[in-house]
Write a protein that binds this ligand. Structure first.
Ligand code: ADE
Ligand code: ZN
Length: 336
């Protein structure tokens, strides 16, 4: 093949399975919404905001990420933020996305649940009509809050559950193990929702075991530290568990010190069902395409590796079998 790596990746049909929509809020849009909604911001310019995006760990990032979300006030804000993300995904050759949102970040500052949910659903509908991108919405529980608050959020979401594909677990990992949320995950499963949890980003392998055995998740978000435990790695391989890996996030949050030391290639070689995703692209310096390109260069990924990542993004998605099969056929045709 003579086309460039960038062109090959751009044309490769792919899905994004780990994207926090609030983490797609670019500083320019943050200022636009802040002005429109008369929300005071602790920054004077876009450059000042970007300069503040130097993180030593997950908590450093979360502090500024929750602050940034304060400019989101109306359904229109959520719809426009979502559409800005979908345009980026479209430009990168993405065809499908399963997007996380953090309702408690918004309800805890007084917005009704409907503002975020209806705004995002409107953006998702618009993306399908205008760009042909399909998507699913995943409601995340904030793990630094208690399980009763997560239960109350699930209850508030009840009227929207026919339009929500699953639940997730995010925010500060260490000190907040999956076991804290066993009840609300059981209740979510009983309501027919798919289950995801961030585990093994900063937390130990024991948190990944808990996500599997206590929460009974369908996907592990990140999962990097599972590699420290051979029996756990074997379990993940044998069960075909999807890991939604986020290389540029891992670099920015110092989960890895150098992209060349990122475990994505090792995961693929071990037979783990890894995918490549952007997490919070406005904060971590790259959308889906950039994550693929920079990781492929740093780890010298082969075209076969890239095709595997693309296929995993659909077989690991919550799309129905027929749609998955359609995308896999398209990937095979493209790769040939
Ligand atoms: N919320 C947004 N991004 C996150 C991440 N990478 N880990 C945990 N919680 C998050
Ligand atoms: Zn995440």
């Amino acid at each position: 093949m003579t086309d460039t790596l960038e062109a090959f990746i751009a044309g490769l049909p792919k899905a994004e399975l780990h994207l926090h929509i609030e983490g797609s809020l670019e500083p320019e849009q943050m200022f636009e919404f802040g002005r429109r909604n008369r929300v005071d911001m602790p920054f004077n310019s876009v450059e000042e905001v970007r300069a503040a995006y130097a993180f030593s760990n997950l908590q450093d990032f979360l502090d500024i990420y929750y602050q940034g979300a304060g400019v989101l006030q109306t359904e229109r804000d959520f719809q426009e933020m979502a559409m800005a993300y979908f345009r980026r995904l479209h430009a990168d050759g993405g065809l499908h996305a399963e997007i996380f949102f953090d309702p408690q970040t918004h309800t805890d500052r007084g917005l009704p649940f409907s503002i975020a949910a209806d705004g995002l659903l409107a953006g998702m509908k618009q993306a399908e009509t205008e760009l042909g991108i399909t998507s699913g919405l995943i409601l995340c529980f904030l793990r630094h809050l208690d399980e009763d608050a997560a239960m109350a959020t699930l209850k508030a979401a009840e009227p929207w559950l026919d339009r929500i594909v699953g639940v997730g677990l995010d925010s500060s990992e260490v000190g907040h193990p999956p076991s804290k949320f066993a009840r609300v995950f059981k209740a979510s499963k009983e309501r027919g929702l798919a289950l995801c949890a961030h585990a093994g980003e900063e937390g130990p392998p024991a948190y990944v075991w808990e996500a599997l055995d206590l929460l009974k998740v369908d996907r592990i978000d990140h999962g990097n530290r599972a590699l420290e435990d051979e029996a756990l790695t074997q379990r993940l391989v044998a069960s075909g568990m999807t890991l939604t890996v986020c290389p540029l996030s891992n670099l920015k949050l110092r989960v890895v010190e150098d992209l060349r030391a990122h475990p994505l290639k090792r995961m693929l070689d071990l037979g783990l069902k890894a995918t490549c995703n952007s997490d919070d692209p406005a904060y971590f310096g790259g959308y889906l395409g950039e994550n693929f390109v920079r990781t492929a260069k740093a780890l010298d990924l082969s075209r076969a590796d890239l095709v595997t990542l693309a296929k995993n993004s659909f077989t690991g998605s919550f799309l129905d079998e027929e749609r998955v099969a359609h995308h896999l056929t398209a990937i095979d045709a493209y790769a040939a």
